[in-house]
Design a protein around this ligand. Sequence first.
Ligand SMILES: *Cc1c(COP(=O)(O)O)cnc(C)c1O
Length: 229
Amino acid sequence: MICAKLQVIRQQIAEAAGRSGRNPDDVRLLAVSKRQGLEKIREAFQCGQLLFGENYLQEARDKIARLDPAISWHFIGHLQSNKAKTAVELFQMVETVDRLKIAQALDNHAAALGRCLDILIQVNIGREKQKSGVEPQHAGQLIQEVGKLTHLRVRGLMAMPPYAASPEESRPYFKALKNLAGQFTAAGLFSPDSPVELSMGMSGDFIVAVEEGATLVRVGTALFGERAG
Ligand SMILES: *Cc1c(COP(=O)(O)O)cnc(C)c1O
């Protein structure tokens, strides 16, 4: 069941990449497994899915301890600085850095563990009051400041557009995030060593996100079904 869904989603990603003249290999699928059981994650893993995303640290810790160490994990939830140590221990990438204080906490703990942590800057691309993310007009400055921290690598941008009833409504926000990344690249804010990551698109709109340049799509319910609780 999950294998079949994975195949369909991968095919949809490949086709969307093709439509926009992109290499499908430049788009990674992040399987969002929050509030999904271990059996579903194992099933996806057995079908070749190696990259998963979690939102809650305690839940992630319990799951990661029980699952194959070959799996890579991205943190996509709201992070508090007093939980930064756990996040550094568990995750290969933290996609939701939206203020300097969090970045400094992650940097400290990464330094203590003698490693370098990949992060994305979460941008509040729709400028919504209730949403996390740095405002687009302040994102450049944040990247500059975070860029000085020696145990973090700013790999790109992440965003969650306003809730939309149809995927086309998300398209302008995906374009805006891509434009922002382009400006920052032109300004030399991203390392030229690796392609800039754009984490955008969820179950409802990942196809449009790939058409607009996503390098990471975060898909939960379309792969695993409805979440528990
Ligand atoms: C839960 C979540 C997702 C996945 O949402 P679906 O609609 O289930 O695909 C993606 N990104 C973030 C940040 C999330 O919290």
